[in-house]
Design a protein around this ligand. Structure first.
Ligand SMILES: [Ca+2]
Length: 468
């Protein structure tokens, strides 16, 4: 730029020095002609100089413009770069802002958790303190007990007859009673657990049986109705202990509908033969039948325990077998009676039969009051009523052996309420009361001295009644 300006100044100086041709116009014609010639010549030089200056000026300007263009390009490139950086920075700052917010949220969350943790810690501390208190109290109780035991031992050793000694003895008795109570509760619990386990085992066996049945019926759908298949299923059921039903109702559930003899195997028992009475509601396991006097029921304890008679005629299934089926309760005892005029009556009572150690005690597990008909076989639901035969008097009449006084074996209370295992009398019965009192009777139905025509006792799971 400076060069261009210098050139311009030079041109202007030259122009001022030579003067403008127009100003030199005028004067005499000859002189003016010479002058004109000189002026014309000088002007041409001037023009040359100016043109040269202008040319230089133009060139300078062009160079300047070119330079400026380059600079502009540089600046624009830099600006672009700068713009890009700004955008990137904007994005970066946006990202940072988002991250910052996320961090803030996390910080909040952490604060919350910290608060919760503090709460939990406080709770734990409280619990720990409580436990410590309890532990301390237990420790104190233990040491008190120890002191008392020590005192008792010393008292017994030195002063057996003083009042302190007596007090210690009563303390000892109390502690012993408490311990016994505790032990009994533990035993009860263990027994309950055992019963639950047995029930579970039973359920498992049933489920397995049903599964195998389903499988069998899937494998042989075409043969299901043929006789040979029924035979083979029956024989399989008899041959395989896993598939054996635990009572008649289970056989009913498996599709058996004929009333006849079957083999069953209750849980934890040997298999044995029973007579099943199949009804529309389910399968009843018959445990006693009287109908014609063909079997002597005046038997001893051992016979009542094992069972006697013929399953297709008169029989007593046996206390041990009934116990193996109904030991856990949840069963119904169905008693059916008939008189000589064609009338009949029936009683259904929920029951449980204890084992040999309880003298096969019958517990009627009915809630609420008994009906008059039911009241001929009322038992103490907590302890049950033990079974009696003439060689085992477990009845509730102290001065009499009910089984000997009457006949047969039964859950006698005070001899006179009922006895379905008494002597069988054909019609007409003997006139003497002394003989008739030994008969099969149900006091609250036909009276104390009415010898019944027939009786049947059967058992089934309580679900059978709920279903019906
Ligand atoms: Ca007695």
């Amino acid at each position: 730029m400076k060069t261009i300006l210098a050139t311009l100044t030079l041109c202007l100086v030259v122009l001022t020095g030579t003067g403008f041709p127009l100003e030199k116009k005028g004067g005499s014609s000859s002189a003016s002609a010479a002058k004109e010639k000189r002026v014309q010549y000088a002007a041409w030089d001037d023009v040359n100089v100016i043109a040269h200056g202008l040319l230089q000026l133009g060139q300078g300007l062009k160079e300047h413009v070119d330079k400026t263009k380059v600079q502009m390009r540089d600046i624009s490139t830099k600006l672009k770069v700068f713009n890009r950086s700004v955008t990137a920075l904007g994005k970066e700052s946006q990202k940072l802002r988002v991250e910052g917010e996320a961090l803030k949220a996390r910080a909040h969350g952490l604060e919350d958790r910290e608060g919760q943790l503090l709460n939990v810690t406080a709770e734990l501390r409280e619990k720990a303190e409580e436990m410590q208190h309890e532990r301390k109290a237990m420790g104190e109780r233990m040491s008190r007990l120890e002191e008392r035991v020590d005192g008792m031992l010393q008292g017994e050793a030195s002063l057996p007859d003083t009042s302190a000694g007596a007090k210690n003895t009563s303390d000892a008795r109390n502690i012993q009673l408490m311990l016994e109570g505790q032990n009994k509760r533990i035993d009860d619990l263990m027994e309950r657990i055992r019963l639950q386990q047995e029930k579970l085992d039973k359920q498992n066996v049933r489920i397995r049986t049903l599964q195998s049945q389903v499988q069998q019926s899937r494998q042989r759908p075409s043969l299901r109705n043929s006789n040979t298949d029924v035979q083979s299923v029956v024989s399989e059921q008899r041959d395989s202990p896993v598939e054996m039903a635990s009572d008649c109702h289970e056989l009913f559930l498996r599709g058996e509908s004929t009333s006849r003899e079957y083999t069953i195997q209750p849980i934890n028992a040997e298999p044995f033969q029973v007579f099943c009475e199949m009804t529309a509601d389910g399968g009843w396991t018959v445990i006693q039948r009287r109908q014609d006097g063909s079997v002597d029921f005046d038997q001893q304890w051992h016979a009542y325990e094992k069972g006697f008679g013929s399953l297709n005629g008169e029989f007593w299934l046996g206390l041990e077998k009934v116990h193996s089926i109904a030991k856990d309760g949840g069963y119904i005892l169905n008693i059916m009676l008939a008189d000589w005029s064609g009338d009949s009556a029936s009683v259904r009572l929920p029951f449980q039969l204890g084992g040999q150690e309880t003298k096969y005690s019958l517990k009627i597990e009915k809630q609420g009051a008994f009906s008059p008909l039911e009241s001929s076989l009322v038992t103490d639901a907590t302890t049950g009523l033990p079974f009696s035969t003439h060689d085992q008097d477990n009845d509730q009449k102290n001065d009499t052996n009910c089984a000997k006084h009457l006949s047969g074996g039964w859950w006698f209370s005070n001899c006179g309420r009922s006895n379905l295992n008494g002597r069988y009398f054909q019609s007409p019965p003997p006139k003497q009361r002394d003989q008739r009192k030994q008969s099969i009777f149900w006091k609250t139905w036909r009276g104390r001295y009415y010898p019944l025509k027939s009786s049947r006792m059967m058992i089934a799971p309580a679900v059978i009644v709920n279903k019906a």
